[in-house]
Design a protein around this ligand. Structure first.
Ligand code: ATP
Ligand code: MG
Ligand code: MG
Ligand code: MG
Length: 569
C-alpha cells in the first residue's frame, strides 16, 4: 500500500474531549472519527486493525467447533415480550417501530433471536451440543457513552450461544469457551485476567469475565498473588466473610441489602445507573440538632464517576424528593426507611427535605448544618472504594483463604455465562432426549467486545510518541519510509522493490512515499504504531544498506538491503 494513495488522517493536537489515552491516540492516529455520541466511523487505518482482531476471534471460535451465523441487528418486540425483557431491559434498549406501527429493537444482545431459531431448527438430543456465534453490530443506549469505542453505543461484539441436553454438557462447552478465550487474548498479546463474576440477575450458575489490566479500566478486579483466585469486585464482596465488612455506623441500623428491584427503582428515581456498580441504601437518621426530622440519606456505593454526576442528578430530583413522604420514598425504592444495610465502600449522599439545603449539602458548602450524630463522613465512610475494599479484604482470610489480595483496574473484554434454562424455559425451547422425553435445553452465552479490544490493546501498548501495535493486529506490520524519493529515482525504485518483496512474503506493508519531510513521516508512523520501520536513503543505498528500527527500540541499525526480509523473521 502506498501512503500517498491512502488516508493518513493523523492529528498533532490531543483532542480535548478525549479523556483516556486510547481514545486520544485512535483519533490522533486517524483510526476513528466521531459521528455522534457513542457512534464512530472506522477509517481505513482503524478498520484494518479491527478486522485483524475479528479474524483472530473467528479463527479460534471456528477451532473450538462453534458455527458462525449472522442474525439480524433489528429484532421484533414479540420475542422480547416472550422472554420478559421488553419491559425488564431498561433504557439501554433502543426501541423503534416500523410504518405499520409494529415494534422492534436494535439488538443489544441476541439470546431471544437465537433461542427462537434453535427451538424451530433442533428437535433431538442427537443434534446437541451446538454452539453458534456471530460477529456483528450491537446497539446499547449507554447512559454515558465515553472513551471512544471503549464504551460506545454502536459497537462490534462476537456473541456465541450454546445449547445442551443437560448441565454436564453445558459445563464441558463452558470450559472449551474459557480455553478459547484464553487462546484469543493470548494471540492478541493482551495482559489479561479471567475472573469470577457474579451471575447476578440472570441467575445462571457460573460466569467469568475477562479483563485487560489497565489503570483506565472501569471495573475493579481482585486477585490473589499466590493462589489462582481472581474475581471482579462485586463477586469478591459477595463472598467476603461477614466479619470482614465494616460495621454500620452506630446511629444507623441494618436492613437487608437492597435487591435488584430496589436498585433499579433507585436508578429510575435518581436517574443514575445504580444497576451494576452502585449499591444503594436508604437510611433515615435521628433528627438533627436543628430538629430536621426525617433526614433521609441515600448511601450510594459508587464507582469512580459518581462524584461527578451526583450533584447534577441530585439537583434534578431535589423537588420530587423534597415533596416525598417516607411512605412514598419507601414505595419508590421498595425497602423500609429507618435503617441501613451492611455498608461497603459507600459514597454517601444526604438528601434533606428542603431543596435549598440539598443543594448546599451536595455542593459540600453546608455540611455542618446536618448532624448525623456520630458519623464522620470522611473517616467512617471514605469515598475511595478501592482503598476501602483493601481494608475489608486485604490481609484477612481471602475468599479462598490464601495469598495476598491485590486490587487492580480492568477493562471487561469478554464475558462467558452459564444461562441455564432461563431463556429456553421462557421461550419453550425443547428437544427430545434419549428416552423420547421432552427436555428444556440448557444454554450458555459467550461475548467478546471486538471493537473494545482495539482500544484496550492501546491502553496497554503505547508511549509518548503514539501507539505500539503487536504484530498480530497492527494495521500494517512494516513501513518503508523513502527519503526524498521524488528527487531520487534510485530511492523510489529501492522502495518499490522492497515493498514488493515483503508483500510477496506475506507482510502487510505500507510504503511511505509521501512528499513530506522525514521528521513528519517518522512522527506519523510512530503515532500510528507500525511495529517495524525501514528507511531508504540515497546515502544508505550508496553503502548498500538501509536503516531498521523496531517501534520499541531506542536505537536504529544499518543492515544490508538484501537482509531486510530475514531481519523481520
Ligand atoms: P460493561 O460492564 O462494560 O457495560 P457488559 O457486561 O454490559 O459490559 P456484556 O453484556 O457482557 O457487556 O457484553 C459482552 C462484551 O461486549 C463485554 O464484555 C464488552 O467487552 C463488550 N461491550 C459491552 N458494552 C460495550 C460498549 N458499550 N461498547 C463497547 N463494547 C462493549
Ligand atoms: Mg453494560
Ligand atoms: Mg459488565
Ligand atoms: Mg458483561
Amino acid at each position: 500500500m502506498r501512503a500517498s494513495r491512502y488516508l493518513i488522517a493523523t492529528q498533532k493536537e490531543t483532542p480535548s474531549d478525549a479523556e483516556i489515552v486510547s481514545h486520544q491516540l485512535m483519533l490522533r492516529a486517524g483510526m476513528i472519527r466521531k459521528l455522534a455520541a457513542g457512534l464512530y466511523t472506522w477509517l481505513p487505518m482503524g478498520l484494518r486493525t479491527l478486522r485483524k482482531v475479528e479474524r483472530i476471534v473467528r479463527e479460534e471460535m471456528d477451532k473450538s467447533g462453534a458455527q458462525e451465523l449472522l442474525m439480524p441487528a433489528v429484532q421484533p418486540a414479540e420475542l422480547w415480550e416472550e422472554s420478559g425483557r421488553w419491559t425488564e431491559y431498561g433504557g439501554e434498549l433502543l426501541r423503534m417501530s416500523d410504518r405499520h406501527g409494529r415494534e422492534f429493537c436494535f439488538g443489544p444482545t441476541h439470546e431471544e433471536v437465537i433461542t427462537d431459531l434453535i427451538r424451530n431448527e433442533l428437535k433431538s438430543y442427537k443434534e446437541l451440543p451446538a454452539n453458534f456465534y456471530q460477529i456483528q453490530t450491537k446497539f446499547r443506549d449507554e447512559r454515558r457513552p465515553r472513551f471512544g469505542v471503549m464504551r460506545a453505543r454502536e459497537f462490534i461484539m462476537k456473541d456465541a450461544y450454546s445449547f445442551h441436553v443437560n448441565a454436564d454438557s453445558l459445563d464441558d462447552t463452558y470450559q472449551v469457551m474459557h480455553r478459547t478465550y484464553c487462546a484469543i487474548f493470548d494471540r492478541l498479546g493482551l495482559d489479561y485476567r479471567p475472573v469470577q463474576a457474579d451471575s447476578g440477575a440472570i441467575g445462571g450458575s457460573a460466569s467469568h469475565e475477562f479483563h485487560v489490566l489497565a489503570s483506565s479500566g472501569e471495573d475493579d478486579i481482585v486477585f490473589s498473588t499466590d493462589s489462582g483466585y481472581a474475581a471482579n469486585i462485586e463477586k469478591a464482596e459477595a463472598v467476603a466473610p461477614a466479619g470482614a465488612r465494616p460495621a454500620p455506623a452506630e446511629d444507623l441500623q441494618e436492613v437487608a441489602t437492597p435487591d435488584q428491584r430496589t436498585i433499579e427503582a433507585i436508578s429510575a428515581f435518581l436517574d443514575i445507573d445504580a444497576t451494576r456498580t452502585v449499591k444503594t441504601l436508604l437510611v433515615k437518621a435521628e433528627p438533627d440538632a436543628e430538629g430536621h426530622e426525617g433526614l433521609v440519606a441515600l448511601i450510594l456505593r459508587g464507582d469512580h464517576e459518581l462524584n461527578e454526576v451526583k450533584a447534577e442528578n441530585l439537583a434534578g430530583i431535589a423537588e420530587p424528593l423534597t415533596m416525598a413522604t417516607d411512605a412514598e420514598i419507601e414505595a419508590a425504592v421498595g425497602c423500609k426507611a429507618g435503617s441501613i444495610g451492611p455498608v461497603n465502600l459507600p459514597v454517601p449522599v444526604i438528601v434533606d427535605r428542603s431543596a435549598a439545603h440539598l443543594a448546599d449539602f451536595v455542593c459540600g458548602a453546608n455540611r455542618e448544618g446536618y448532624h448525623l450524630t456520630g458519623v464522620n463522613w470522611e473517616r467512617d465512610l471514605p469515598l475511595d472504594r478501592v482503598e476501602d475494599l483493601r481494608n475489608v479484604v486485604e490481609g484477612d482470610a481471602s475468599p479462598d483463604g490464601s495469598g495476598t489480595l491485590e486490587i487492580r483496574r480492568g477493562i471487561e473484554v469478554g464475558h462467558i455465562f452459564k444461562l441455564g434454562n432461563k431463556y429456553s424455559t421462557a421461550m419453550n425451547a425443547t428437544v427430545l432426549d434419549e428416552n423420547g422425553k421432552t427436555v428444556t435445553m440448557e444454554m450458555g452465552c459467550y461475548g467478546i467486545g471486538v471493537s473494545r479490544i482495539v482500544a484496550a490493546s492501546i491502553e496497554q501498548n503505547h508511549d509518548d510518541k503514539g501507539i505500539i501495535w503487536p504484530d498480530a493486529i497492527a494495521p500494517f506490520q512494516v513501513v518503508i519510509v523513502t527519503l526524498n524519493a521524488h528527487k531520487t529515482p534510485s530511492v523510489a525504485e529501492a522502495g518499490e522493490k522492497l515493498h514488493e518483496e515483503l508483500t510477496q512474503a506475506g507482510y502487510d506493508v505500507l510504503l511511505d512515499d509521501r512528499k513530506e519531510r522525514p521528521g513528519v513521516k517518522f512522527a506519523d508512523m510512530e503515532l500510528i504504531g507500525i511495529p517495524h520501520r525501514f528507511v531508504i536513503s540515497e546515502r544508505g543505498l550508496t553503502a548498500g544498506t538501509l536503516e531498521y528500527k523496531g517501534r520499541r527500540d531506542t536505537d536504529k541499525q544499518d543492515i544490508s538491503i538484501s537482509d531486510a526480509l530475514s531481519h523481520l523473521a
